[in-house]
Write a protein that binds this ligand. Structure first.
Ligand code: PEP
Ligand code: MN
Length: 353
């Protein structure tokens, strides 16, 4: 339930309303000030509360809106119907993810394999316009016999790539025990598809400050996914980006997953959180990545995450879906055409010499 307060309401009265809501209905009121209005979110079991009774609490209440969905803090209404932004400081400056900002490009290998490959890839994707380098240090692999990532030493290599390129780092945290170590290097913590339901991990990343990219589990409904995000926000961290990476469907003959681009307009109506699309895991086939990346921008994504490897044929994981740096260069030129057409592309400022 959301209580919209009239503009100009005295602070004392807002506090009185909060107090009364909490005393009478045993809910936790959460005040949030938007550009034009103040709203109070009622956190708790509000299913049986009559909105008319709440309306009577104060003449300063403009409207009482029931939130029918189980998620509250992630709901669009909770942010006054507007989109929220996630701003991430990087050595090259702040980068903002959000509906009213240019599309943010994230690129890099599936896993960090060695220093030269991660530094080389970082410099190449930066030159093509990426703002973040991705790369797994801890890899969630289907088989225990597949390459599991180099772990802590790979985090050191990501730090080197950050220093060399000035790009922000996004890397996956798989285990609560590794969180502090990963958060020391990462500018954005990735929660992978396989861990979207790991509620202890969600609570832990919610209780720290680094922004989180939450990938959709392969069989998660949109409500499941938003409830997972709700865990992070409920624990105190509102800096969450939702990343669609393809879901499991019956046909896996030509694609690894089915990239669900319809989530973009659906999420827009349900949540204020920024959206990212990962066409690499979404298709599993490098030849399909450019088409789906362009489609994702046209659909309105706020960010794209694309796997790029200097030599995909030799990659230790996910080679078949990785682009080469040259292919990524070409792709960003194509993406720019679509991005500019919808006014979502950062226009490079020429360097004056
Ligand atoms: C990844 O991005 O490295 C990854 C493992 O993806 P997902 O969790 O979507 O499978
Ligand atoms: Mn991968």
């Amino acid at each position: 339930m959301i209580v919209v307060i009239k503009s100009g309401t005295p602070e004392l009265e807002i506090n009185r309303i909060c107090q009364e809501l909490s005393n009478t209905w045993n809910v936790t009121p959460e005040k949030s000030a938007g550009k034009h209005k103040i709203i109070i979110g009622m956190i708790g079991d509000t299913a049986d509360i009559d909105p008319l009774l709440i309306q009577e609490v104060s003449p300063w209440i403009e409207q009482v809106l029931p939130v029918e969905k189980p998620f509250k803090r992630v709901s669009r209404e909770y942010c006054h119907g507007e989109a929220s932004e996630v701003t991430v400081p990087t050595p090259n400056g702040k980068v903002t993810f959000g509906e009213n900002n240019p599309v943010v490009l994230i690129a890099g290998p599936c896993a960090v394999e060695n220093e030269s490959m991660i530094v080389e890839t970082a410099l190449r994707v930066k030159a093509a316009g990426a703002k973040f380098i991705r790369g797994g240090a801890f890899k969630p692999r289907t088989s225990p016999y597949s390459f599991q990532g180099h772990g802590e030493s790979a985090l050191g290599l990501l730090a080197t790539a950050r220093e060399a390129s000035g790009l922000g780092i996004i890397t996956e945290v798989m285990d609560t025990a590794d969180l502090d170590m990963v958060a020391e290097v990462a500018d954005i913590l990735q929660i992978g598809a396989r861990n979207m339901h790991n509620f202890s991990l969600l609570k832990k990343v919610g209780a720290q400050d680094k922004p989180v990219m939450l990938k959709r589990a392969m069989a998660a409904t949109i409500d499941d996914w938003l409830m997972a995000a709700e865990y992070i926000l409920a624990a105190g961290n509102a800096n969450v980006i939702l990343c669609e990476r393809g879901i499991r469907t019956f046909d896996r003959q030509y694609t690894r997953n089915t990239l669900d681009l319809s989530v973009v307009p659906v999420l827009r109506s349900l949540t204020h959180l920024p959206i990212a699309i990962d066409p690499s895991h979404g298709t599993g086939v490098s030849a399909l990545v450019p088409t789906m990346a362009k489609a994702a921008i046209a659909a309105g994504t706020d960010s794209l995450m694309i796997e790029v490897h200097p030599n995909p044929a030799k990659a230790l994981s996910d080679g078949p879906q990785c682009l080469t740096p040259d292919q990524f260069d070409k792709l960003t030129q194509e993406l720019a055409v679509v991005g500019k057409a919808i006014n979502r592309w950062e226009i490079a400022v020429p360097v004056l010499t």
